[in-house]
Write a protein of this length. Structure first.
Length: 386
């Protein structure tokens, strides 16, 4: 059993309490507010997944990081900070990063009562994750496979040298065993699957494996064309709807299922979209999260200090922690013309609009600031800073 260093003053993360959903801070403060920071602590990874959203930034040798104190100082300045996420690459790729960056950052989060998440492929030695587990709230892993062969095909598709069946199979087993051991030890393991051209008909099988590993939550997101995924086929809205219905038909209703970055909104004219949204709303232990990127969250690279809106990697940095306060950078983003194109909010639907990738992929010519969900009395445009 892992000794979890729990802060009991904060509520348990559950379908009724998801502190990463930006709708909470929007309702509480009346405008989008920076409550979440994602920190990139590695550009190294032992895998090269075909869909990797940060694939373009992966390297085989990386430079020094900024002193952690510089980041902590910037985090201290954020008055409404609630969550931090740690991401890579594979954040645990180097033991030094685990001991000198990840654990101190998680300790800071615990002391301040923040909730934390680590995004990992969990293919390293179990002990590396066991060192982190006592300080962590959510271990977020990816699972898009029904077996070792798919893991090899997907997980090493962009590797420079071919990866043999034997070594991929060993890594697959290690990943599954690590997830089981950490979940058994009491850690909240949340497995994310993408809905894409490979997985859309296999999601029920993938779900069964995730349940079998002991994960507390299954996160499901459509894949959008960014970084390595840029050249992969994009599913149509019909295929996405069918995939979600299929998964809902087959799921284990005792496991929390969180859908995110869905391209379906209450302001739709489509009967099928409405039917799907109603089904999602009525299903037990199912939640639909609004996308945090640029709504309550910024990403900071601990290597160069640059600050980004996480899901829009092609957009130049909005600032740098060497000279900018993160709340100031967030204000600049909210006021940006791009951000304003998706600045809608319908309280009746608990919706704060599509993110930029969703709009770009499926609704390029739609003006969401003119749409509204049924029952909204006025237009849905948010009040933004002047
Ligand atoms: S907030 Fe935007 S996307 Fe959501 S229902 Fe309203 S208008 Fe549509």
């Amino acid at each position: 059993m892992i000794e979890l260093d729990r802060n009991t003053a904060v509520p348990e993360i559950c379908p009724d309490y998801d502190p990463w959903d930006p709708i909470n801070s929007l309702m509480r403060y009346g405008r989008h507010t920076l409550t979440s920071v994602e920190v990139t602590v590695s550009h190294l990874c032992n895998m090269r997944c075909e869909h990797c959203a940060v694939g373009d930034s992966l390297v085989t040798k990386e430079g020094d990081m900024l002193p952690l104190d510089r980041l902590l100082h910037r985090l201290e300045e954020i008055s409404h900070l609630e969550t931090i996420s740690i991401t890579g690459g594979e954040p645990a790729f180097r033991r030094d990063t685990v001991r000198n960056v990840i654990i101190p950052l998680l300790r800071y989060a615990r002391q301040r009562g923040l909730r934390s998440q680590l995004n990992s492929n969990i293919t390293m030695d179990l002990e590396r994750y066991e060192e982190i587990a006592p300080y962590l709230d959510v271990l977020h892993i990816s699972h898009n496979y029904t077996g070792a062969e798919e893991f090899r095909e997907i997980g090493f598709a962009r590797a420079e040298n071919p990866t043999g069946n034997g070594s991929a199979a060993r890594l697959y087993e290690q990943m599954m065993n690590n997830a089981r051991a950490l979940a058994r030890g009491g850690l909240f393991v949340s497995a994310e699957s993408m809905i894409n051209y490979r997985t859309h008909e296999k999601l029920p099988d993938i779900h069964r494996l995730i349940v079998e590993m002991g994960c507390k939550r299954h996160e499901v997101h459509p894949m959008y064309p960014s970084a390595f995924a840029r050249h992969l086929p994009v599913l149509g809205l019909d295929e996405l709807r069918q995939a979600i219905h299929r998964l809902l038909d087959a799921r284990d209703p005792s496991v929390w299922m969180l859908f995110g970055t869905l391209p379906f909104f209450a302001c739709t004219n489509s009967e099928e979209d409405r039917r799907l949204l109603e089904r999602l709303k009525a299903a037990p232990q199912v939640t639909v999260r609004n996308d945090p990127d640029g709504r309550n969250r910024l990403n900071v690279s601990l290597f160069d200090g640059n600050v980004h809106v996480t899901d829009f990697a092609d957009f130049p940095p909005l600032g740098n922690i060497k000279q900018d306060r993160l709340e100031d950078v967030f204000g600049t983003w909210l006021d940006h013309s791009l951000s304003r194109t998706v600045s809608c909010h319908c309280p009746t639907a608990s919706c704060c609009g599509p993110n930029l990738l969703v709009k770009d992929t499926y609704y390029r010519n739609e003006d969401f600031t003119r749409r509204k969900a049924p029952g909204e009395v006025s237009g849905s445009k948010l009040v933004l800073p002047v």
